[in-house]
Design a binder for this molecule. Structure first.
Ligand code: COI
Length: 350
């Protein structure tokens, strides 16, 4: 499909302090906007990043047909721009679309459009260590209609943000035993906006109690660990990598599946299984649980220092360079920067 390009008359690049990048606060010059109507993708345009105008009755605002993805592009020492596993994000995006009765976005728009967008905004991909260009594709329903049914028109947009770290220190997380994120048969596996909206209230409650994040537990019993509000959760228990199995209630994270693959390639035992909160906290106390960390695109590998449960804090051992999470973070970082061979075909060159 032909992408029409309307360039910004004035770049905002010089307004951004690339030495002090916060997460999600600066936006690259251009965005891609594709329109869907009458059962087909009609037009794809790259245009200056900026406000869009919609009717108050736009359906996504009322009935929640809104999905998104997160990916990152890195600049290698040779100056190339490398995106980490965008095909996986595209597949997950389209699974979310099917669940939310939205149209799938074809590869030529999702990946082809992304390529052209980043080529145009190449200068926005940070060079500094630990920084990247966070890519945010999203889609929302645009019909002007009051009534609960799928919209017939949609917008698919990609914008990009130069970012630093999402988390800058080891995390204190609290096990959530009152509220739930997702239930069997629900939309927990989809990356739809409502999943995040629903996480805000319990997360703020946990913040007030001195925690950075929450650990969601299963909706039926609150006994089993699911994921955190912003990332999947992984643990090293008796030297094995343990994480909740994907299913209706767990986001099939791209970083999660990359960590699992690397662990298997290194000969580390991987257990995708139910992990009870009881096993987790008793394991921390006995020393069986030696590491806890989050895995996600924004978070990358986020070490967890403290797990709060029923008013008690369980402290993980201090982080060491020899930890699995430290080594897997280095491995993923080097792959993404093109510093070691991409033997698994995870890098998409712009
Ligand atoms: C991501 O990791 O890309 C997400 O979408 C999570 C969000 C906390 C930024």
């Amino acid at each position: 499909m032909q992408v029409t390009i309307q360039k910004t008359p004035k770049s905002r690049l010089s307004e951004v302090d690339f030495d002090n990048l916060a997460f999600g606060r600066s936006f690259a010059d251009h965005m891609l906007v594709a329109e869907y109507a009458d059962g087909a993708w009609k037009s794809v345009q790259i245009q200056p990043y900026g406000p869009l105008s919609y009717q108050p009755a736009m359906m996504s605002i009322h009935y929640g047909q809104a999905i998104f993805e997160g990916m990152k592009a890195y600049r290698s020492k040779q100056g190339e721009v490398l995106v980490f596993r965008p095909e996986e994000n595209m597949k997950r995006f389209n699974k979310s679309a099917v669940r939310m009765c939205m149209p799938e976005v074809p590869e030529e728009i999702f990946l082809g459009g992304l390529k052209q967008l980043i080529q145009l905004d190449n200068a926005w991909v940070p060079e500094k260590d630990g920084c990247s260009l966070y890519i945010r594709p999203f889609m929302f329903a645009t019909d002007e209609y009051v009534g609960v049914s799928p919209s017939t028109t949609y917008k698919f947009i990609i914008f990009n943000c130069p970012v630093g770290s999402y988390y800058s220190k080891p995390l204190r997380v609290r096990v959530e035993t009152e509220y739930i994120r997702a239930a069997k048969g629900g939309v927990g596996f989809a990356k739809n906006a409502g999943n995040y909206g629903g996480s805000l209230f319990p997360t703020i409650e946990a913040n007030k109690a001195g925690y950075d994040q929450i650990i969601w537990t299963d909706a039926a019993t609150h006994q089993y660990v699911e994921e955190a509000g912003t990332m999947n959760l992984m643990f090293i228990i008796n030297r094995a990598l343990v994480t909740a199995p994907t299913g209706d209630t767990i986001l099939d994270g791209v970083t999660r599946k990359s960590v699992i693959q690397i662990a298997k390639d290194w000969g580390v035992e991987v257990q995708e299984r139910l992990l009870s909160v009881k096993e987790l906290v008793e394991g921390i106390s006995s020393g069986a649980v030696t590491e806890a960390f989050g895995a996600g695109t924004a978070a990358v590998i986020a070490p967890i220092q403290t797990i709060g449960f029923e008013g008690k804090d369980y402290e993980l051992p201090a982080r060491k360079e020899s930890d699995f999470s430290a080594k897997v973070f280095n491995e993923i970082s080097q792959i993404r920067l093109g510093e070691i061979a991409d033997t698994r075909g995870w890098i998409y060159k712009i």
